[in-house]
Design a protein around this ligand. Structure first.
Ligand SMILES: Nc1ncnc2c1ncn2[C@@H]1O[C@H](COP(=O)(O)OP(=O)(O)OP(=O)(O)O)[C@@H](O)[C@H]1O
Ligand SMILES: [Zn+2]
Length: 436
């Protein structure tokens, strides 16, 4: 009998593993033992983390860490496929751990119910060979990139929103002689400055299709498996995955972009080499300093409080320009004629809307306010036409922009927007109104 299916390994796999993993072990150059000896940490057990965890566990990664502070909600189940109706309300890290143990009872699963922060990141991530960024926000993306450099770990980063996604591996060890300083670029090399906060939206605000996060999460697991097993390039077989990572990877990293409706749906952009002046990984230039001291949220332009971000409070706007749901209800129940302008996209208006409301999507309204107004609103100044107007949207942010646009177009009369949007309407006035 031969000593092992992995010709260079010193240790043998348990007998049943030949059966379990045989389909992948016969792939050219595949190192099952390396997967078993590897440890991978997945930060975020949401839309990307769930599919990634599922494939990592099924493929036989020996140790898997799961870091997430959040709990399972009903709105997660459309895409966060490891969680179930029965586990709503329990921490995602525990729910995902339970699910992957059912797939592979041999996996050592290490759930951590904590948010990754500058203070705890290095300690939480250090035990692992490889890091997967499956989170959904920019401050954590920068934090993970900086910590990955400090620890010398590759960082497989995914992002998905609406029908699009991106995949990129940062700090990837390159084959010697590639002239790129031994490692691929970090996130800061490519994005030294974060985009303006207004350019960044969440899945809650912009939407996302579950199968799209599935595509990117799967690709993250695949990248991790390629790096660990040596499929990424010429591999000097070693029982120590960390030692191996220093030498094995061949080829330049690239950014993979996926767009479900495009043809072809995948595009790949070769990344520039590591920037010598990068504040995080560069040899020259200013260094970022101690990670624990960095305020990543402020670096990314600050963060509106949750309440403000969700449009539930007045924010900077004047109170006289806004109305609360209960007050709007009283007005609608009175004899007074008013105009309700709903500025959500047409698809959302089609899902549900208030009776008698008119739909003018915010994009159309802002692009050319006077061209898209209801006909009686464009003839400004005629007293009898000056109906009171109430502008509504989903969360109460776009409606504020719409009021500004209407005023700048010269619309007079009483124009207010609904604080908290239709979300507040459902909560405060009509519980039967759909929340989405
Ligand atoms: N600093 C962090 N540490 C650990 N986990 C994080 C951190 N920041 C974000 N996450 C997690 O990353 C995951 C991102 O997944 P996703 O966006 O699909 O979920 P979500 O935030 O529940 O979605 P939704 O926007 O619909 O509420 C979430 O589970 C979130 O809790
Ligand atoms: Zn860098």
């Amino acid at each position: 009998m031969t000593s092992s299916a992995d010709p260079t390994s010193e240790t043998r796999l348990p007998l049943e593993d030949y059966k379990r993993y045989g389909r992948q072990m016969i792939l050219d150059g595949f190192g099952q033992l390396k997967l078993q000896q590897a440890s991978v940490v997945v930060v975020g057990a949401g839309g990307l983390g769930c599919p990634a965890l599922q494939y990592l566990a099924a493929a036989g990664v020996g140790t898997i860490g799961i870091i997430d502070h959040d709990t399972v909600e009903l709105s997660n189940l459309q895409r966060q496929i490891l969680h179930t109706e029965a586990r709503i309300g329990i921490p995602k890290a525990l729910s995902a751990a339970e699910a992957i143990k059912q797939i592979n009872s041999h996996t050592r699963v290490q759930p951590v119910i904590e948010a990754l922060t500058p203070a705890n990141a290095a300690a939480l991530l250090a035990p692992y060979d490889l890091i997967l960024d499956c989170t959904d926000n920019l401050p954590v993306r920068y934090l993970l990139s900086d910590v990955a450099i400090g620890l010398g770990r590759p960082l497989v980063s995914g992002a998905a929103q609406q029908l699009d996604g991106q995949l990129c591996t940062y700090n990837l060890p390159l084959a010697s002689g590639s002239g790129t300083g031994g490692r691929g670029p970090c996130f800061r090399c490519l994005f030294p400055r974060p985009p303006a906060p207004d350019m960044v939206g969440s899945c809650e605000e912009l939407g996302v299709l579950g199968a799209v996060t599935g595509v990117i999460g799967n690709l993250q697991a695949l990248e991790a498996i390629k790096i660990i097993t040596g499929l990424h390039g010429e591999c000097a077989y070693s029982t120590s995955i960390r030692a191996q990572l220093m030498t094995l990877v061949d080829g330049r990293p690239s950014l993979l972009m996926y767009s479900a409706l495009a043809m072809p749906p995948f595009r790949s952009v070769k990344l520039r080499a590591r920037r010598p002046t990068c504040a995080a990984c560069g040899d020259e230039g200013q260094r970022i300093g101690g990670i624990e001291e960095i305020d990543y949220v402020a670096f990314c332009g600050g963060q509106r409080t949750d309440w403000e971000a969700k449009g539930l409070v007045e924010g900077g706007g004047s109170v006289t320009r806004r109305i609360r749901a209960k007050a709007l209800k009283t007005i609608l129940e009175s004899e007074k004629s008013v105009r309700i302008l709903d500025v959500r996209p047409r698809t959302e208006f089609g899902i549900c809307h208030l009776p008698g409301s008119i739909n003018i999507p915010i994009k159309d309204l802002v692009a050319n306010p006077s061209a898209h107004l209801p006909s009686d609103m464009s003839s400004v100044g005629e007293a009898h036409k000056e109906l009171d107007t109430y502008v509504i949207c989903r969360l109460g942010n776009d409606s504020q922009l719409a009021v500004d646009a209407l005023r700048s177009a010269g619309v007079k009369g009483n124009v207010k927007d609904l604080v908290g949007g239709l979300r507040a309407w459902a909560r405060e006035v009509d519980e039967s109104f759909p929340v989405y």
